[in-house]
Design a protein around this ligand. Structure first.
Ligand code: FAD
Ligand code: A2P
Length: 346
């Protein structure tokens, strides 16, 4: 077991070794208070096979709006469902990660996509005032609105949002560890497209594009194999590009070697030699996207294995405590991602 000492954060003016130069991302070109109308041009389930969760790849044509050509892979956009909530107020904006490359599904930045999961569950008390015996079906407002839309329907959209969860300007200057759970895979579809597939013929960016020469590992966690999202796409790209490795980690199935299901940080820990050298390299950037709280296990594992340097700033308060004993609250308050570690959890 290792303990860790506090690290110093870089300031805006000093760039520490390996820190990426990020492109300037445009933000909020369309405000959620005055959304523009996009048009759904495609909507399809995107899980591997029949699954208890419903996740759709939804493509939205934003041509002719200020959103056209305005986003970078990894940013999010807003959906503002029409109508009002239970209090008679307009529905609030919900954010969805953009699953497209920066040049869009079409190669011209006119069509963006996302990976929307219907929020469906039995009701659970959210506040002490809620009735604990109420277990009727709870259906999330916006996710079901988006997933119900048909091709041709209009959708009020805003954005883009987020300026850090994006690829660096010089893609080949870094290696990448991409960690996803569930719909956290969305931005990585855009990244992998941009790094290894490239704009289609006819796109103005097609001629200049070259595949990325860096090492890229994508680790994706889902409850069951059937829940994997865009699985065929990632397998196909991995087959064609030996410098891209796609790992799947299933939490509720017995592994092929007879072991228990696991979370992505258990998998990383168990198969550490394949990540160790990469994580020690100053070239490497880590991107973590998905379930709120997934960073806790990942950060603990990195620190436990002495691989946190460059990715995490750990407060001196935790210096004498073994990382495995850190509470979730301590990790959230006292462990901060550096500029080589991008975090998007929700
Ligand atoms: P809502 O109607 O807003 O319901 C959610 C709220 O209901 C919860 O906050 C909780 O208070 C309450 N609730 C939840 N479960 C229960 C229950 N069982 N009983 C009672 N109350 C409950 N989502 C995606 O699908 N894909 C993405 O790519 C994506 N990207 C995101 C990126 C960012 C940066 C962020 C912040 C979020 C992202 N989300 C994504 C989540 C998305 O914004 C919405 O939060 C999600 O779709 C749920 O919204 P909803 O309107 O359907 O649910
Ligand atoms: P489980 O649900 O078995 O606890 P989805 O969003 O499709 O439900 O997938 C999320 C995946 O992340 C599931 O496999 C889920 O496992 C897993 N998971 C849940 N909590 C964490 C966590 N704290 N860290 C990493 N993975 C997690």
């Amino acid at each position: 077991m290792s303990t860790v000492s506090a690290a110093n954060a870089g300031t805006e003016t000093t760039r520490l070794p390996g820190e990426p130069i990020l492109p300037e991302a445009r933000m909020h070109v369309v405000l959620p208070t005055s959304p523009v109308n996009g048009k759904v041009v495609h909507s399809k389930l995107c899980t591997k096979s029949k699954s208890a969760s419903f996740v759709r790849h939804v493509c939205v044509d934003v041509s002719g709006t200020p959103l056209e050509g305005s986003w970078l892979a990894g940013q999010s956009f807003g959906v503002v469902p029409p109508g009002t909530d239970g209090n008679g107020k307009p529905h609030k904006v919900r954010l969805y990660s953009i699953a497209s490359p920066s040049y869009g599904e079409d190669g011209f930045g006119k069509v963006l996509s996302t990976t929307c999961k219907r929020l469906l569950s039995e009701r659970e008390p959210q506040t002490p005032k809620d009735d604990p015996t109420d277990h009727r079906l709870f259906t999330g407002m916006c996710s079901n609105y988006v997933c119900d839309l048909r091709e041709g329907d209009s959708i009020p959209v805003a954005g883009p949002a987020g300026k850090r969860f994006i690829l660096p300007t010089d893609r080949n200057a870094h290696d990448y560890l991409l960690l996803a759970t569930g719909t956290g895979i969305a931005p990585f579809r855009g990244f992998i497209h941009e790094l290894f597939v490239g704009p289609p013929e006819g796109s103005p960016l097609h001629a200049a594009w070259r595949p990325c020469t860096s090492t890229v590992h994508l680790v994706m966690g889902t409850p069951y194999t059937s829940d994997l999202i865009y699985d065929d796409f990632f397998r196909h790209v991995a087959k064609q590009h030996p410098n891209f490795t796609y790992h799947t980690v299933i939490s509720r199935e017995v592994r092929l070697d007879g072991g228990k299901g696991e979370y992505i940080h258990h998998y990383m820990d168990r198969t550490l030699p394949q990540f160790d050298q990469m994580l020690r390299s100053e070239r490497t950037l880590a991107y973590i996207c998905g379930l709120a709280g997934m960073q806790v296990g990942v950060f603990q594992t990195l620190a436990q294995r002495g691989l946190h340097s460059g990715y995490l700033d750990i407060h001196a308060e935790l210096a004498g405590i073994p990382p495995a004993d850190w509470t979730a609250e301590q990790v959230k308050r006292r462990v901060h991602a550096t500029r080589r570690c991008m975090l998007e959890v929700y």
